[in-house]
Design a binder for this molecule. Structure first.
Ligand code: NAP
Length: 341
């Protein structure tokens, strides 16, 4: 396992981060709608991930009913005494509970969400506290001041953001800088061989401002593992098989061509499509740590191989070409004159 600085921060994190979205009861009410793992399986996955060198775990208050993922993780941290071996990341912003302030990123709500997460996680500090999505109903300076106070109080070590438009992120960084507040050190965003939209604005922004990218759904929810076939319905016990609209999101000619290229590279390097897809992200300079999901130990083992696989430049180029996408204006216009922007 390799370790890298957490974006603009000095703390070191493993290049793979274990995602906690599947932790908890695998029942109908769960966030994952029956395609999560029960507590014992989640704890076994956490044990194996830690033994393999993963020291970075990501969750959110909304994962699992009533904060179930955080509770499962908190139970593990206490039962195994592992709190100080982990860089612990969670998120706030989406709906929890009832009432007018059940959602959002106001000072009022951030203070409550942080206390609730600390209680569920059975700890006195969150290492990376992330806003799950920007909130345009709240002035960004209110959000940042509240987060800065949590850092000063020692309840939070670093702050990060997720699902931000580039203009809002740039504005946020400028506010933090000019007011000497804690600033976002990472951007958690959807990024994979299937979804590369981040390359238009966010990656150049993070490069110039020093933020690390934490890709989520790096395996496109399982599509890039190669377990699905063109023209065949997905198995119902897989996340993408549980609801037809989920699979339909990926079932396009472009995406099957991407998968063909991933499979070809995997067979050339003697690895799996899952490991190759993770390794492609790890080859991108702005990526700090890739947040992957593993519902079972067998999935985890396959995905861990991604951390050790260093793709040759030729293989990265093949995958870049196969997953090429429409840049649109003005990026295409600029690219005709300069290689990057
Ligand atoms: N910030 C955000 O808005 C946001 C959004 C989404 C996720 N996230 C974070 O990112 C993490 C990862 O997201 P994700 O779960 O969507 O990532 P992912 O790695 O793209 O997908 C994980 C899913 O793919 C399947 N899978 C994984 N490895 C496999 C393997 N080797 N072979 C076969 N199937 C395999 C499993 O689903 P099945 O077994 O059911 O097929 C697993 O639950 C989450 O836990 C969360 O921490 C953040």
């Amino acid at each position: 396992m390799k370790y890298r600085n957490l974006g603009a921060a000095g703390v070191k994190v493993s290049s793979l981060c274990l995602g906690g979205m599947t932790f908890g009861e695998a029942d109908e009410k769960s966030f994952m709608h029956k395609v999560g793992s029960d507590e014992a399986t989640a704890h076994a996955v956490l044990d194996r991930a830690l033994a393999a060198g993963i020291n970075f775990i990501d969750t959110a208050d909304v994962y699992g009913q009533d904060g179930l993922s955080e509770r499962v993780l908190g139970n593990w941290l206490v039962a195994r005494g592992t709190r100080d071996r982990i860089v612990l990341a969670t998120k706030f912003r989406f709906t929890m509970g009832e009432g007018a302030n059940r959602s959002g990123a106001s000072r009022y709500r951030i203070t409550k969400c942080c206390e609730d997460s600390l209680r569920r996680l059975k700890t006195d500090r969150i290492d990376l506290y992330q806003i799950h999505m920007q909130d345009i109903t709240v002035p960004e300076d209110e959000t940042l001041r509240a987060l800065d106070d949590l850092v000063s109080a020692g309840k939070v070590q670093y702050i990060g953001c997720s699902n931000y438009a580039a203009y809002r992120l740039m504005n946020s960084l400028w506010l933090s800088k000019t007011n000497s507040w804690a600033k976002f050190v990472t951007l958690q965003a959807q990024y994979s061989l299937i979804v590369r939209d981040l390359e238009r604005e966010h990656i150049p922004l993070c490069r110039t401002e020093g933020l690390g990218i934490l890709p989520w759904s790096p395996l496109a929810g399982g599509f890039l593992t190669g377990k699905f076939e063109r023209g065949k319905p997905p198995a119902g016990d897989a996340r993408l098989g549980a609801k037809p609209e989920r699979f339909a999101r990926y079932d396009s000619e472009r995406n099957w061509k991407v998968l063909d290229a991933v499979r070809a590279v995997a067979s050339e390097v003697g690895s799996t499509p899952a490991a190759v897809s993770l390794a492609w992200l790890l080859a991108k300079p702005q990526v700090t740590s890739v947040i992957f999901g593993a519902r079972t130990i067998a999935q985890l083992e396959q995905n861990l191989a991604g951390a050790e696989l260093e793709l040759a430049a030729r293989h990265v180029e093949i995958l870049d070409q196969a997953s090429t996408f429409e840049l649109g204006y003005p990026y295409e216009f600029i690219k005709n004159t300069q290689a990057s922007w």
